[in-house]
Design a binder for this molecule. Structure first.
Ligand SMILES: Cc1ncc(COP(=O)(O)O)c(C=O)c1O
Length: 383
């Protein structure tokens, strides 16, 4: 990035009315390389088509209805969210089908979800009959029906019923509840974090585990029509998990440093970066930029103990060692370039989903040009 001269400033509202350049954006700013994003979206859509898998992307990564719309245009059959607030926002993409991959508990949330279900088909993934009964009651009161996926724990140890008798009993319980339609099973393979030998073995184990789960459910007369799984690290290995009918990757739209270090994408597949400005170089060998934990989130590198909060594109040798809320500390001793106050740098965050949640706007860029600006409408929708 070139050193910034003068103080050009343009508000986001001006953007579409006249040509705009990255150098005019104030920092910190969340940039998305439109060509890379489009390539990531197309590749996943083509992969899903080639392997006869439905693609229901998790929109918690981008939180932008316009981008969900693009995913649908490219062939996604529906979308996924975690929170009711995200579901409400994503109605803006006009999805034909919406999966809430999170158990929704409590009357006020369920009333809101029922209102969403009046506008599009809603399926909820859950793992307990308490949640299912509440969902059934909310559906009755609102005169809607919800699809349900029984969540199975396949190794992450987070949510999900343990495969075996417990799962069979749970699905029998679901079938007894009115206004819910049992569609099948869902899982999240978040324990598979990298594509090294261990990761590939875990994918094989998952294939075997799911086959045995489905065989058992068939024997019990409870065959799942939908088997919903998938994550970004496992995305392009989904065909090895033969029982899958649907995948729900989220991060793949942008990728991030964790995806790259997991071996699940190349550095050039990382579409999102955060543009920051050098604000101080008062200590020799150290550079302070105007983004800290309120800009990047504090998520560490998942597959490595290295203390690094992002990858500096213009100075790959600089190490992003520390953060305060508004300050990022770069150890610039091996930066390989001279960095001065006013320089602007792009940094790929470790975990893009939590970083996006911190930004009001997302700037779509091509080369030096800013071609789109989106409101991150789903940010902060925690309820
Ligand atoms: C239930 C569920 N499904 C899908 C995903 C998407 O996975 P990824 O972020 O690896 O693309 C997540 C991510 O947290 C998830 O929790």
């Amino acid at each position: 990035m070139a050193r910034q001269a003068g103080f050009p400033s343009v508000s986001a509202d001006d953007i579409l009315s006249r040509p705009m350049f990255i150098r005019q954006l104030d920092t910190p700013a969340l940039l998305v390389d439109l060509d890379v994003m489009e390539r990531n979206l197309r590749r996943a859509a083509e992969y899903a088509r080639a392997h006869d898998l439905r693609l229901r992307p998790h929109t918690k990564t981008h939180k932008v209805p316009e981008l969900a719309r693009r995913q649908l245009e490219l062939g996604a059959t529906g979308i996924t969210v975690a929170k009711v607030g995200e579901a409400e926002v994503m109605l803006g993409a006009d999805p034909p089908d919406l999966l809430v991959a999170y158990p929704i508990i409590g009357r006020s949330k369920l009333e809101r979800l029922a209102a969403v279900a009046r506008r599009t088909r809603v399926t909820v993934m859950l793992d307990n009959l308490h949640a299912a009964r509440q969902l059934s009651d909310a559906a009755r009161e609102a005169h809607v029906e919800f699809g349900v996926l029984a969540e199975v724990d396949v190794g992450l140890g987070r949510t999900g019923v343990t495969p075996g008798d417990e799962l069979v009993e749970f699905i029998r319980g679901l079938l007894r509840l009115p206004y819910l339609s049992y569609e099948g099973i869902g899982f999240y393979p978040g324990h598979i974090r990298s594509l090294d030998n261990d990761g590939l073995n875990q994918i094989e184990e998952l294939d075997r585990l799911l086959n045995s789960v489905i065989e058992r459910l068939r024997r019990e007369g409870l065959p799942p029509r939908v088997v919903s799984g998938g994550s970004t690290p496992t995305l392009y290995h989904s065909h090895r998990i033969r029982a899958l009918t649907e995948i729900r990757p989220g991060t793949y739209i942008f990728n991030d440093r964790n995806t790259w270090l997991a071996g699940a994408c190349k550095p050039e597949d990382c579409a999102a970066s955060i543009l920051v400005t050098v604000v101080s170089t008062s200590r020799p060998g150290q550079v302070i930029v105007d983004g800290g934990s309120k800009t990047f989130s504090s998520d560490r590198l998942a597959p490595s103990p290295e203390p690094s909060f992002g990858y500096v594109l213009e100075a790959p040798g600089a190490v992003f060692t520390r953060m305060n809320e508004e300050h990022g500390y770069l150890d610039a001793r091996k930066a390989g370039v001279e960095l001065a106050v006013g320089d602007r740098l792009r940094i790929i965050p470790n975990h893009i989903c939590t970083a996006v949640n911190l930004h009001e706007k997302m700037y779509g860029v091509r080369g030096d040009r800013v071609e789109a600006v989106w409101e991150v409408a789903g940010r902060g929708k925690l309820q």
